[in-house]
Design a binder for this molecule. Structure first.
Ligand code: SF4
Length: 251
């Protein structure tokens, strides 16, 4: 492993290890399902969790899951081939949600919401079927900060994406081990690792612009106030990422 790669991995492992410890994300005996869609965040998350699995004081299992939603041109063999070569236990779930989603293509603002809702439902059910006690998602610190601003400006709430969260029906527990890892580090590490990335625009839908606007806003703020993102993330952590006290983070 080259020097730059080693330095980045150490930094990412430190962030993930700290987040896992701060929120008690993984306990002895947990079975952790990692969702891979072919994007950089999922590959990096898997890479880090495999490393932490070898050195963590608690024993836990990993199961990688790829959901094939039948998006046009989705290369269904890429992720299974990568996981098989890595020797990671995995499952591919094939469900044609795209047929449902494309019927709503004229209502562009709801397409992604519907697609995500269908994806989430299938993955949550898969976790139950597989006896997975944790679902690990690849959201990183920038996602958490941007979501906070999106909700503040467009939804009138101060809620973000909590690093540990039990779903309302109590069936699933979601964890976000990259909660303290910044996208720039994740992207730089992914580029060095040369993962088999699958483009995220196969469906041809232009995602809503609001998140891009939040990213630009935060870039501008960061230029004027260096490290402002770190301050915002620290404030969010102190405020339980906006999750009200009656909703337990720690299941
Ligand atoms: S961009 Fe395409 S694949 Fe992604 S959530 Fe929207 S409809 Fe689904």
């Amino acid at each position: 492993m080259k020097d730059r790669e080693r330095v980045l991995k150490r930094k990412l492992l430190r962030g993930a290890g700290q987040a896992i410890a701060d929120f008690g994300m993984i306990r002895e005996g947990d079975r952790v399902m990692i969702c891979l869609s072919g994007g950089k965040d999922g590959y990096v998350l898997l890479d880090l969790l495999l490393d932490l699995q070898r050195r963590a004081p608690v024993r836990f299992e990993l199961l990688a899951v790829n959901l094939d939603q039948h998006l046009p041109g989705f290369p269904g063999e890429v992720i299974p081939r990568y996981l098989a070569a890595l020797g990671v236990p995995f499952r591919v779930v094939r469900k044609d949600t795209w047929s449902i989603v494309k019927r709503t293509l004229d209502e562009t603002e709801t397409v992604c919401a519907l697609c995500s809702r269908l994806r989430r439902g299938i993955l949550y059910n898969t976790a139950v079927e597989e006896g997975c006690t944790r679902i690990a998602l690849g959201h990183h610190a920038d996602d958490l900060v941007q979501t906070f601003f999106l909700n503040l400006f467009f939804e009138g709430t101060t809620r973000s994406l909590p690093p540990l969260w039990r779903t309302g029906d109590g069936r699933n527990t979601v964890i976000r081990p990259l909660a303290y890892c910044w996208e720039s580090d994740v992207a730089a590490y992914a580029a060095l690792r040369d993962y088999p990335i699958i483009p995220n625009n196969l469906c041809g839908i232009t995602k809503p612009l609001e998140r891009r606007r939040m990213r630009d806003l935060l870039d501008g703020l960061e230029r004027e106030i260096p490290n402002v993102r770190h301050s915002i993330l620290a404030a969010l952590a102190k405020d339980r990422f906006g999750v009200p006290p009656e909703e337990p983070l720690d299941p």
